[in-house]
Write a protein that binds this ligand. Structure first.
Ligand code: MG
Length: 378
């Protein structure tokens, strides 16, 4: 049992002291948080950032990530990444890096778990379509929408609207605000890229849309391939190669960031976020290799005709739904009508559609446009 505890467990004050003692001086500290919009009493044994993380996990926007697309439409198959599994992979990589860098792991985890909650159905295709219909009504952007979800849309607590998250998490979800990102948010951004680049290779290979021989022209894949070497079991070799890819990128991120942090020698979080070039980022060589991989995936996977077809359909679904519902909001179910009444036709409808999962959007589309939607397979 820890010697200095009256209760027999670590209470919040002790956890905060531990942060002060063990984290680097440029890490964010829960007790130095700029606080919440609506003041609340602190929790007995959770720091402010643990509480933010828990509020995100218990939000309905978070649960819906399970049925939202990463690259494929959610109905495509059960093997592939969804936004939820992507989010968990990002959180895993980000926490590892944050812990090794002596940064605030709870804050990092909160930001990672929330980093994609602003996405509507059908990934970036859905975002493009919502942008189109909202062009003259304030636009749509998934990071801005993430903030709207946690500030306005999630209504769970009797005392306030939204999740009342700490200012640090709110700013980090917005990603580009006037103030530069804290190192914890920089870690999440870098981990996001590592995660999607590597798991999209895995998904693309599994779907048969990527060719492993063609991948050998990509430097970073070749590096990982050489480390793994020849092995008898194809599936294990591929898994091992993907794992090696994550390890190469994460190790580079850790080493390159450490070198930059040592050179800049920031004494506090403000000094750490001040440089115009981020302190937490891959080395220039790794950044080039990741760029090369991104371009390869763009040309060979995201532009595969089957993926393009899914995107084309998804884009049309959203435009059609939006225009029919905007012209006659009485077609909306009660929750949608309430949103329109509260925020106006366009903003309310945008919230309503952006909140849908892929399959809800497909269902709603069928209900609006098909003669006998119940007879169609899900
Ligand atoms: Mg992401």
């Amino acid at each position: 049992m820890p010697a200095d505890t009256k209760t027999g467990f670590f209470d919040r004050a002790q956890l905060e002291e531990r942060e002060a003692r063990e984290l680097n001086p440029y890490a964010m500290q829960a007790r130095a948080s700029a606080g919440r919009q609506h003041p609340e009493p602190e929790h007995e044994y959770r720091t402010a950032y643990q509480r933010d993380r828990d509020r995100i996990v218990h939000s309905s926007a978070f649960r819906r990530l399970e049925y939202k697309t990463q690259v494929f439409v959610n109905t495509f198959g059960d093997y592939y990444r969804t936004r939820l599994t992507h989010t968990m992979e990002v959180a895993q990589i980000a926490r590892t890096i944050a812990r090794a860098l002596g940064l605030n792991e709870d804050l990092t985890e909160a930001i990672a778990l929330g980093h994609d909650i602003g996405h509507g159905p059908f990934g970036h295709t859905g975002e493009d379509a919502l942008q189109e219909v909202m062009a003259e009504h304030g636009g749509f952007e998934h990071n801005r929408h993430a903030l709207r979800i946690v500030d306005v849309i999630e209504c769970k607590y009797p005392e306030f609207t939204g999740l009342n998250l700490s200012e640090e998490v709110r700013q980090s979800l917005l990603k580009h605000s006037d103030t530069a990102l804290c190192l914890e948010a920089q870690v999440v951004d870098a981990a996001d890229r590592i995660a999607y680049n590597t798991h999209d290779i895995d998904d693309g290979l599994t779907a048969g849309m990527l060719d492993e021989r063609a991948l050998l022209q990509v430097h970073i894949w070749r590096d990982a391939h050489a480390i793994v070497g020849e092995q008898r079991d194809e599936e294990r070799r591929r898994y091992h190669t993907v794992r090696t890819l994550i390890n190469l990128a994460a190790t580079d991120l850790l080493e390159a960031s450490t070198a930059r942090i040592l050179a800049a020698d920031p004494r506090n979080p403000d000094e750490a976020r001040a440089p115009s070039e981020r302190l937490v980022a891959p080395s220039p060589e790794m950044a080039r290799k990741q760029g090369e991989l991104s371009r390869f995936l763009f040309d060979n996977f995201y532009n595969d005709y089957r993926v393009r077809r899914m995107r084309r359909k998804a884009h049309r679904f959203i435009l059609d739904m939006f225009s029919v519902l905007a012209a006659d909001t009485a077609l909306l179910p009660p929750a949608g009508q309430a949103a329109v009444k509260k925020h106006g036709t366009h903003a309310g409808l945008c919230d309503y559609i952006a909140g849908m999962t892929d399959r809800e959007a497909l269902q709603e589309y069928r209900r609006l446009f098909r003669a006998n939607p119940e007879a169609e397979p899900a």
